[in-house]
Each structure stands twice: as C-alpha cells, then as structure tokens.
Design a protein around this ligand. Structure first.
Ligand SMILES: Nc1nc2c(ncn2[C@@H]2O[C@H](COP(=O)(O)OP(=O)(O)O)[C@@H](O)[C@H]2O)c(=O)[nH]1
Ligand SMILES: [Mg+2]
Length: 291
C-alpha cells in the first residue's frame, strides 16, 4: 500500500480550524454531496470528531477547544483515483503557546515536532477579524502633529505585549522561523484558508483578499519557493449561536432549512466545486496534476 501523505492544519486561535474539521468530517462521513477525496481508513478515536460534527450539523458553534482536545483531531482521507492515503492533523497554537514562543523564541519539543516532515500546510486566517495592523502612520492624518507628544511620565508608556502584534506579522515570523532548524517545517505546498468567508468581502477572489488585507503574508508567500494557493471557506455557512442559545439570532434557522447540511458549506477559489472542502487537501497532496 502507498505511503500516507501527511499534512498539518494550523493557525492562530479563533481562525476557524475546529469548525472546518467538524464540517469536513460531516461532509465525508455523510457523502451527501460529491467530494474529490473520500473518508479514509479508520485511525484513532473518532468519538470527539463525531461529537463536533453533530454540534455543527445541529447549527451550533463548535465549542472552544483546549490544547489537549485539539491534539486529538486527526483524520484520514483517501483519493479514489490514485488510491493514496492522506492524513490531516489539526494543531492549535493556543494563544499562550504561540505568544510565548513569539516573544521567548522557545517552544516545547512536542509542539514543534508536529511541524517536522509535513507534506503540506493548511494555514488558517479569518475574514471575520477586524484589521489588526493599523499603525501610527495610518493614524497620523487624523491626530494632527504628535511630534511634541513624547510622554514624560513612564506610567504613560505601555509595555510591549506580543499578543498585540498584528496576526500577519506573527504568521510570517512563525513560517520563517519554523522553516529552519530545529523545527524544519518545509512543506511543498501551502493552502491558505480564509475562513468565515461569509463575513468577508463582496467579491469572490480570495487571492485578492489576502493581497489587500494581509499584504505582508501575501508577499512572503509569493516570494517563497513553496507553491501556494488561497481559498475562501465558509464552513458554518453564516453566523450561528453558541449551543443552547435559542434566541434565534443569526443564520441558524435559514441554515437548518437546507435538507442536506453539507450544502451550508461554501468554498471558493482554484476551481473547487461549491461545497468540496477536500479540494485544497487533494492539491496539497500533489494529486491534482495530470487531470
Ligand atoms: N460567520 C462564520 N463564522 C465562523 C465560520 N467558521 C468559524 N466561525 C467562527 O469563528 C470562531 C472561531 O472558530 P473555531 O473553529 O472555534 O476556531 P479555532 O480556534 O481556530 O478552532 C467561532 O466563533 C466560529 O463560530 C464561518 O464559516 N462563518
Ligand atoms: Mg479550535
């Protein structure tokens, strides 16, 4: 049997990774709509994934995951055309883990080990986050002359908080430092997944979104030797409430009316068919050539 191709899913907190895992599992498990990859060999304990997929199918937000829980998310997929087996592993950089690593340049061996010898990387960012890279230069036209405003009182100066570093800066730093020893994360392909695409722009060009909203990350990826693609994904299909919140806010009722829950899912870019979340995974695996 052919060797398993291994990919890692990563992104800062709250970028839609768990929701994507739940929707992807539901999609391949239910077989309601055609997908390029199918559910693969059974690995590990699926109970947790099944629970997440059920919460997703019932139209609730997936619960926030602890670091331990997320480490359990692993999924096998199979390419029916080539017979290849593909393993997807979801790694959550718990806010604290990464903030600490960003500032201290230290990371646990276990966490770092997840990124060694990966074939492809799925990198999550969210279209639902407000911009976090406004600088003093952007603000200057609105605040007038600040050249005299050097604070004399030390208590006026705030300490540097790595958590407030713009997300794209953290991601570029992460990709750059992980590519080197000791982590040696050198994927052949990177698929950038822009989640919450339903909250995103009024166009359907995820490449353009990345260029306009995260220009630093965009430039970094363009100038790297790694083949990169950008997809926009709405794994929830809209805004849904926390489990048990019956106030009827958001899009839950509309979403529940669709007879096939898989049809809530939307993915755009690179010729993916409307609901097929496995499209980027197949490309990451180098299985798209020769079609
Ligand atoms: N509108 C919308 N929100 C989403 C979508 N996917 C995830 N979210 C929201 O984004 C937040 C973070 O999602 P989650 O999957 O927990 O992110 P994680 O921390 O990366 O695992 C949650 O509030 C989700 O409800 C989507 O497709 N559309
Ligand atoms: Mg999560």
């Amino acid at each position: 049997m052919s060797e398993t191709i291994r990919h890692v899913v990563m992104g800062l907190q709250s970028t839609g990774k768990t929701t994507f895992a739940a929707a992807l599992w539901y999609l391949v498990d239910s077989g309601q709509v055609p997908t390029s990859l199918k559910r693969g060999l059974h690995i590990g304990d699926h109970a947790y994934l099944e629970r997440l997929a059920q919460i997703w199918a019932d139209g609730w937000r997936v619960p926030r995951t602890s670091q331990q829980e997320l480490a359990q998310i692993a999924m096998n997929l199979r390419d029916p055309k080539s017979g290849s087996n593909i393993a997807l592993k979801f790694v959550d950089l718990a806010g604290e883990t990464f903030e600490r690593a960003y500032a201290s340049r230290e990371m646990s061996k276990d966490a770092a080990g997840e990124f060694t010898d990966v074939g492809g990387l799925m990198l999550f960012v969210s279209a639902g986050h407000v911009r976090d890279d406004v600088t003093l230069l952007d603000m200057a036209p609105y605040v007038g002359d600040t050249s005299e405003d050097v604070p004399e009182d030390e208590s006026m100066v705030e300490d540097f908080d790595p958590a407030k570093t713009p997300r794209q800066v953290q991601l570029v730093d992460l990709l750059q430092s992980f590519s080197d020893v000791p982590v040696n994360c050198r994927p052949e392909h990177i698929a950038v997944i822009i989640s919450a695409w339903d909250l995103g722009p009024d166009h359907d060009d995820p490449q353009r979104w990345l260029r306009e909203e995260m220009p630093l990350l965009d430039q970094y990826l363009r100038n790297s030797r790694v083949a990169t693609r950008v997809y926009g994904v709405s794994a929830q299909g809209g805004e849904v409430p926390e489990q048990g919140d019956e106030t009827g806010k958001g899009d839950r009722e509309r979403l529940l009316q669709l007879s096939k829950a898989s049809e809530r899912i939307r993915i755009v870019g690179n010729g993916a068919s409307e609901h097929d979340l496995t499209h980027p995974v197949r490309w990451l695996s180098g299985l798209e050539n020769g079609e």
